[in-house]
Ligand binder design. Structure first.
Ligand code: GLV
Length: 328
C-alpha cells in the first residue's frame, strides 16, 4: 500500500523529517526557499497532510486548490494562520501544539519584561556606539521590577507561568485580566488578583500581554489604552501581532506616554512598523519566545505526532475541530 503524502513547507529538524518519513511519502523544503501562497498551494496539491509552522496561511482558497488534504498540523500553539471554519467546512482537520511551550515562553516573557524595564537593549546600543565615557548616578536609571505591580492580560498557561515567576521570584503584586476569572485555588497558586482591564492599565507598573489573537482581541492595546497607563509603566507583547496597535505604541513611546515596551510579535511580521525602529525605548525580538531548542523540538514532535496520529491511526492528539474526525 502506498504511504500517505505530506508536505513540510519550511526547514525543520532532520530528526522530524526522519520520523515522518517512516510513515509518509514526504516532500520537504529544507533549503527553506520562500514560497508565495501560490507556490505553497502548488506543492500542497495531491498531499493528504501538511506540517505548518504557524506562518503558512490555510484558507478557503488554499483548501479549494488542495481537495485531497485531510490535516494541517501547526507547530505552534497559536493558530490564527488557520481559517478553522473554512477547514471544518472542507472536512480538513487542524491541530496545534499546546502545553509544550508554556514554561519556555514564560521565561522569555519575563526576560523581555526585565530587558524592557531595566533598559538593557537601549543601554547596550549606547555602549556599543562608544558613548560611555564615565559613570553617572542616573545613567539609564529605570523603574524596579522586584516589588512592583505586574499586570497580565491573558491568564492561560503562559500567563500563569509569568505570574508565578513575578509573585514567587520577584515579590511582585500580580493583577490580571482575562475573559473569565480563574478559580480561587489557581489565583492563590499564582498569587494573582482579578481586576478590570481599565484598573489593570491604570495601576500596573509592568503590563504583559499573553492573549490569543482573534478579531475580538485585535488592538486590545491602542491609543486609548496606552493613555490609561502610568508614564513610568512598561508594556510587553509576547502574544501576537495585532493585539497591540503598533503605530499608536510607537507614538506613545516617542511621546514618553509610557516608559518603554518589549515586543516579540508585530502587526504584519516579519515587517516591523518603521516608526518602532526609530524609538530607543523599545526592545525588539523576532518572534522567538518559544525558541529554546528542547521546546522547539517538542513542538515539532507534537505536530509530527498529530500527523501520524490522524493519518495512520485516526487519532490526532490535539485537534482544533474534532468534529471533522468522525467524517474523515
Ligand atoms: C508561537 O507564537 C506559537 O503560537 O506557538
Amino acid at each position: 500500500m502506498s504511504k500517505p503524502r505530506i508536505l513540510i513547507p519550511r526547514a525543520i529538524f532532520p530528526e522530524i523529517i526522519e520520523k515522518l518519513a517512516a510513515h509518509f511519502d514526504v516532500e520537504t523544503n529544507q533549503a527553506d526557499e520562500a514560497w508565495s501562497p501560490a507556490e505553497f498551494a502548488k506543492h500542497l496539491a495531491g498531499k493528504q497532510g501538511v506540517f505548518t509552522t504557524g506562518s503558512e496561511r490555510v484558507d478557503a482558497a488554499l483548501l479549494a486548490a488542495c481537495p485531497g488534504l485531510k490535516i494541517c498540523a501547526n507547530m505552534a500553539v497559536g493558530f490564527n494562520n488557520f481559517d478553522v471554519a473554512a477547514m471544518t467546512a472542507a472536512g480538513v482537520l487542524g491541530t496545534n501544539a499546546p502545553g509544550v511551550l508554556d514554561e519556555t515562553t514564560a521565561d522569555f516573557g519575563f526576560a523581555l519584561l526585565m530587558a524592557t524595564a531595566r533598559r538593557i537593549s537601549e543601554s547596550e546600543h549606547w555602549l556599543r556606539a562608544g558613548k560611555w565615557d564615565r559613570w553617572r548616578y542616573d545613567l539609564f536609571a529605570s523603574p524596579d521590577v522586584h516589588g512592583s505591580t505586574l499586570g497580565i492580560i491573558g491568564m492561560g498557561r503562559i500567563g500563569r507561568g509569568i505570574a508565578k515567576r513575578g509573585a514567587h521570584g520577584f515579590g511582585m503584586r500580580v493583577i490580571y485580566h482575562n475573559r473569565t476569572q480563574l478559580d480561587a485555588a489557581t489565583e492563590a497558586e499564582c498569587k494573582a488578583r482579578y481586576v478590570s482591564k481599565e484598573e489593570l492599565l491604570r495601576t500596573a507598573d509592568h503590563v504583559v500581554l499573553v492573549v490569543p489573537y482573534s478579531p475580538q482581541s485585535h488592538h486590545t492595546i491602542g491609543a486609548a489604552e496606552l493613555a490609561l497607563m502610568k508614564p513610568t509603566a512598561t508594556l510587553v507583547n509576547i502574544a501576537r501581532g495585532g493585539i497591540v496597535d503598533d503605530a499608536a505604541l510607537a507614538q506613545a513611546l516617542r511621546d514618553k506616554r509610557i516608559a518603554a515596551a518589549g515586543l516579540d510579535v508585530f502587526e504584519g511580521e516579519p515587517q516591523v512598523n518603521p516608526a518602532l525602529l526609530t524609538v530607543p525605548n523599545v526592545v525588539l525580538t523576532p518572534h522567538i519566545a518559544s525558541a529554546s531548542i528542547p521546546t522547539r523540538m517538542a513542538m515539532a514532535n507534537l505536530a509530527a505526532d498529530n500527523l501520524i496520529g490522524f493519518l495512520v491511526h485516526g487519532k490526532p492528539l490535539t485537534p482544533l475541530n474534532p468534529e471533522v474526525i468522525a467524517k474523515a
